[in-house]
Design a protein. Structure first.
Length: 220
């Protein structure tokens, strides 16, 4: 048993320099494309602007999946890059209230059909791992509605459907499997600002999402 353990230790020791050498020769400089999937969640707040205002808040959740691409530059053990993502989502939520802007058993709704980002990122290379942070521009296709009679004067609809523009930041880690393939995980926060209803009788707080995604990339 002792000889077997010693032999295993010697084999591991002989492999360690090779693994370290392989990790040390990895260069993160270059472009990449990939795919990712995960989940997203956030809260939506609609306000009926009376004195005092009526405030309705509900949750919106769903799945996200999409494609991404970017380019990195490595300087020593530091990596700087640019990246972009386009993601389809099933994030949605609704609530049936008893007061404006969700009254008379009318359902308030929200949905996000797609999200996109354009970001810069910075990371630190630790062996095959690269923890990183990101920040940049966020866009998304969002829609929502409240009780039609909450808009004054009352109309047939009291809703919004728009491409929102906001900001995003996040953090994650990417691990190189070899010189071409890497896997990543990322936590991201997106603030798409406040959508606009047809008039000032109803408003919304900023639409903010948190997403958690996992992906695979092909580096070239």
């Amino acid at each position: 048993m002792r000889l077997s353990f010693l032999a295993a230790a010697l084999v591991a020791a002989s492999l360690q320099p090779t693994l370290a050498q392989d990790a040390g020769t990895l260069d993160w400089t270059g472009g990449y494309v990939g795919a990712q999937a995960g989940v997203g969640s956030g809260s939506v707040t609609y306000v009926y602007n009376t004195a005092p205002p009526n405030i309705i808040t509900f949750e919106a959740n769903g799945f996200v999946a999409g494609v991404l691409g970017g380019y990195d530059w490595q300087y020593g053990n530091l990596v700087f890059g640019i990246s972009g993502e386009i993601t389809g989502t099933t994030i949605s939520g609704s609530i049936t209230g008893t007061q404006y802007p969700c009254s008379f058993m009318q359902t308030c709704t929200f949905s996000a059909t797609w999200l996109g980002t354009a970001e810069v990122r910075a990371g630190v290379v630790i062996d095959r791992f690269m923890p990183f942070v990101t920040a940049g521009l966020a866009v998304g296709g969002i829609s929502g509605a409240v009780d039609w009679s909450a808009c004054f004067p009352a109309s047939s609809t009291c809703a919004f459907d728009e491409m929102a523009i906001g900001k995003t930041f996040g953090a994650g880690v990417e691990v190189a499997i070899d010189e071409h393939i890497s896997l990543s995980g990322k936590l991201q926060r997106m603030d798409l600002g406040a959508p606009e209803f047809p008039n000032n009788s109803v408003s919304s707080n900023d639409i903010v999402f948190n997403t958690m995604t996992f992906g695979a990339n092909w580096r070239f």
